[in-house]
Design a protein around this ligand. Structure first.
Ligand SMILES: Cc1cc2nc3c(=O)[nH]c(=O)nc-3n(C[C@H](O)[C@H](O)[C@H](O)COP(=O)(O)OP(=O)(O)OC[C@H]3O[C@@H](n4cnc5c(N)ncnc54)[C@H](O)[C@@H]3O)c2cc1C
Length: 394
């Protein structure tokens, strides 16, 4: 008999959600995490919207929420901004998390549902019988050990190895990678009730974000398409230039630095194999426009956990049985991911002038709520040429 029904590799949002819903449904679940503290160090801007939380059964506690914001400003290269008031932005702008607490909250939910959890423990190889994954080799406190299971879940983030080991193609072309750099800046003079997104040549192929954490502290970050950078390290220079030129930020002092990357690719073809499944950043489920991945990781994690619970009852972790996950997450996310990928392909080609026009258009026609869909719809009214490649999705 295998040691566990399910071994989840990685205790980020995707892993914890998968572990929770699989354990809730009766699976024997082990979640392993290579770091010694869940959620730390943070590699995230920590911005999320609120409405999806209920649908995945997450109840935020006060520690997980650093700041609830009232709205957002989207700023054009010429400095004009489109302001989403609280009323317009509604719940969509939402929350700046404390991810150290948020990730722990999700892991706590997984543990409460019955999942075992070990830290400072890395997956180093998949165990296989032919093409079928039968378990995982782990390294824990200097010792290696084989864990047999029905299904290994690769929830191991952007740099996922589980997918590669399983022979699932998760490769990214340079154009499908956004390189990020972020300061947690304190001693700033910034309105803590609003998030800000700065578009155009200050962040070629991406954007700059300001997400307030408290009265005088915010996550100030930049994401740029890798192909727009001669040297990936230059991303920091772009952010430094922005910070120094902004009177609200230039006296800011860094409390924390974050560097990392996100995928901005179209949905990948396959996320399951015999005895293996990928979820979250490992499955390239990040929104290709915003680079936001927390909500999609949680949504896909819930689907994965539920499918794995059924697979446990049926004692069938074949690729065919796991197709229910493939279908489930695609039904939920794929159209949006695909539409936003196509929109991203267009957005990365736009000039500053075009962004100025877009912000002007948004100010003229307004948008009903803060969502990529609503913004693209609004752009369509005056500049259908900018969205014509993907108008069938609008
Ligand atoms: C700079 C930056 C800013 C971002 N800002 C936002 C934002 O504002 N809003 C948003 O929604 N998203 C944001 N994202 C994306 C978001 O952080 C991810 O989409 C989200 O964390 C994905 O969750 P996950 O569980 O799939 O992966 P992760 O959170 O990356 O978790 C993966 C876990 O797996 C562990 N792991 C990896 N390999 C192994 C192994 N071999 N063995 C054991 N454990 C392993 C890692 O230590 C990690 O804990 C940002 C990303 C970056 C880089």
């Amino acid at each position: 008999m295998p040691d566990y029904d399910v071994v989840v590799v990685g205790a980020g949002p995707a892993g914890s959600m998968t572990a929770k819903w699989a354990a809730k449904g009766g699976a024997r679940v082990l979640m392993i995490e290579k770091r010694q503290e869940i959620g730390s160090p943070v590699r995230c801007g920590e911005g999320i919207s609120r409405p999806w939380l209920d649908s995945v059964g997450v109840k935020l506690d006060s520690k997980s929420v650093a700041r609830e914001v009232k709205g957002a400003n989207i700023v054009a290269p010429n400095g004009t901004s489109f302001y989403l008031s609280e009323k317009m932005a509604g719940n969509e702008v939402g929350i700046v998390l404390d991810r150290v607490f948020f990730d722990k909250l999700l892991a706590h939910d997984a543990a409460k549902a019955g999942a075992d959890l070990v830290l400072k423990t890395s997956a180093i190889k998949l165990l296989k019988s032919g093409n079928k994954v039968t378990g995982v080799k782990i390294k824990s406190f200097g010792e290696t050990k084989d864990i047999k299971c029905g299904c290994v879940v690769g929830a191991d983030g952007y740099e996922s190895q589980v997918g590669r080991w399983a022979g699932i193609n998760t490769n990214l072309a340079p154009r499908d990678i956004t390189t990020c750099f972020q300061y947690r800046l304190t001693n700033i003079n910034y309105d803590p009730d609003y998030c800000e997104f700065v578009l155009g040549s200050k962040a070629p192929g991406g954007y700059i974000w300001i997400f307030p954490k408290n009265e005088d502290t915010a996550n100030v970050g930049i994401g740029m398409q890798l192909t727009k950078l001669k040297d990936p390290a230059d991303v920091k220079k772009h952010l430094d230039r922005f910070v120094l030129a902004d009177p609200r930020l230039k006296k800011g002092k860094p409390l924390e630095l974050v560097s990392g990357a996100v995928s901005i690719c179209a949905p990948i073809d396959k996320t399951v194999g015999d005895g293996v499944l990928l979820v979250g950043d490992a499955a390239r489920q990040i929104d290709p426009i915003t680079g936001g991945g927390i909500s999609n990781s949680c949504k896909a994690g819930k689907v994965a956990g539920e499918v794995l619970a059924k697979a446990t009852t049926e004692k069938n972790f074949s690729a065919q049985s796991l197709q229910r996950y493939e279908k489930g997450w695609r039904d939920l996310l794929e159209n949006n991911l695909y539409r936003n990928w196509m929109a991203k392909e267009k957005l990365v080609t736009l000039t500053d002038d075009a962004f100025n026009k877009i912000i002007m258009t948004l100010n003229q026609v307004g948008v009903e709520k803060m969502s990529t869909f609503a913004i693209l719809k609004a752009i369509q009214t005056k500049h259908p040429e900018l969205v014509k490649e993907f108008q069938e999705f609008l």
